[in-house]
Design a protein around this ligand. Sequence first.
Ligand SMILES: [Zn+2]
Length: 241
Amino acid sequence: MSAADYAGRVSFSHPGRDGRNPARRSPADRSVLLWPVLLLFALAGCIPSPSQPRRGWRPPAESPERFRQCVAALRADGAQVDALPDRRFDNGCSATSAVKLVAIGIPVTNLGAVKCGLALPFVRWVRQDVPAAAQRWLGSDVVRIESFGSFACRPVNNQAGNRLSEHGRANAVDIAAFRLRDGRRISVKDGWNGPDQQVRGFLRTLHRGACGRFPIVLGPDANALHHDHFHFDMGSGPYCR
Ligand SMILES: [Zn+2]
């Protein structure tokens, strides 16, 4: 299986980043903009700022036994999943103890490999939080969730030299929009600060619920890079913004 298979249909590039890539500027522009750019990338991104307590953190030990228990727990929750063989790529990316989510109650587009430890809270968020919030705020059901993907082999903020994103370990998922049974499409991009109070309540309820399930949750209030999606990951937290 290639890296692309692990990424599903999503591109390895994080969406919406190219316009901010300083590498596209001329060398003269780059030198003038170096410090503002460094500041931007220090403040913005798929992670909390470096002041967050991540130093010294190591991923929890993985073992075949833990993985087997995690897959069993997913199946006990009603999820249909395929266990994936461990993959480690030359550039440091990996997808170990990962699963493919085949059926988890609501179809989620664009998902590739997902680390089992992330899949467990994600499946519960999808199966419990999403239907409850949709009924409460919108009086409808969510029939499809649109994601920007899970596995993506890239550094944090897509910036060369940065450390590996949790996406590079299949340990993060980006959620962009929800399709309702009544035909409406609720997107983070348009709805988070949109005019519809019910939509705003729906999205904020889901964001808050995610903060109870994932160590790291980022949305439009975190920074401009997350104006159009929620980012959930299993890094060292808690960080909820
Ligand atoms: Zn992300």
